[in-house]
Design a protein around this ligand. Structure first.
Ligand code: HEC
Ligand code: HEC
Length: 205
């Protein structure tokens, strides 16, 4: 049993490396996936990728490599979420790539200015925590990420809170151990401050 499962995982990981390779001549057409996104994904993730739905991540400005790794994890049942598991489980390899390449065409959408200005002390504390815990090392000084590292600037606060706690508890399994190690010892209160800060991170003009 154990051997079988190890083999299955290795085969899946190999398939993933192949998937993540640059699109070849037979890459699925971008237009087809724009239409499929409009039909299947917009209700939750929004037409421009800026989700208005609680707990649902913004996809605008996300990188193709990151998106494909997550769709792969959902499809293989390694990242668990009822809605996304249902969406991803019937995807073929071409679909993983087609949707991810389409997501990467959605430009970042800045959050509208809030009615009340952010709490300055909390923003300063969030900034210090992001330095102290080296979030900036991997996600970049402007938190725009790149390749397999996601953009986290101006992500929804509720989703950031949830997902950071899930990395810490082990409920969310990453493609690598990077995040489990990064947040493992951070108290929940500080994770929430990081979520507050990142969601309000002032975008580049
Ligand atoms: C019923 C609502 C719903 C629908 C429909 C849906 N999603 Fe999602 N999606 C979610 C939720 C909720 C999450 C966050 C899951 C979690 O917390 O682990 C998510 C996560 C994702 C992620 C990971 C983003 C990240 O930042 O980690 C990607 C990529 C994604 N969805 C793509 C899609 C695509 C492509 C479609 C259409 C084919 C789609 N989703 C349809 C609700 C939905
Ligand atoms: C060693 C590199 C590294 C460090 C340090 C790091 N991250 Fe990450 N982070 C990643 C990678 C890689 C992912 C993609 C997760 C996966 O592997 O599936 C990620 C994912 C995330 C996500 C999920 C985004 C989404 O859309 O679902 C959040 C939020 C996040 N990181 C926040 C942070 C914060 C806050 C810190 C600092 C406390 C931090 N990261 C430190 C590499 C890093």
């Amino acid at each position: 049993m154990r051997g079988t499962r190890t083999f299955a995982f290795t085969a899946a990981a190999t398939a993933f490396l192949w998937l993540a390779a640059p699109a070849g001549a037979q890459a699925p057409s971008a237009g087809a996936y724009a239409q499929r996104y409009a039909a299947l994904c917009v209700a939750c993730h929004g037409a421009n990728g800026r989700s208005e739905m609680p707990g649902t991540p913004v996809l605008a400005g996300q990188h193709s490599f990151y998106a494909i790794s997550q769709l792969f994890l959902f499809r293989e049942g390694r990242r668990a979420n009822e809605a996304m598991t249902a969406v991803a489980k019937t995807m073929k390899d071409d679909d993983l790539r087609g949707f991810s390449d389409f997501i990467a065409t959605l430009p970042p959408v800045p959050v509208p200015a809030p009615a009340t200005p952010p709490d300055a002390a909390r923003m300063t504390r969030g900034q210090a925590l992001a330095q102290e815990h080296k979030c900036v090392f991997c996600h970049g000084a402007d938190f725009s990420g790149g390749q397999q590292v996601p953009r986290i600037a101006q992500q929804r606060e509720d989703y950031l809170q949830l997902t950071l706690r899930e990395f810490k508890s082990g409920k969310r399994v990453g493609y690598t151990m990077a995040m489990a190690e990064a947040v493992g010892r951070i108290p929940n209160e500080d994770l929430d401050t990081l979520a507050y800060y990142l969601a309000r991170f002032p975008g580049r003009k």
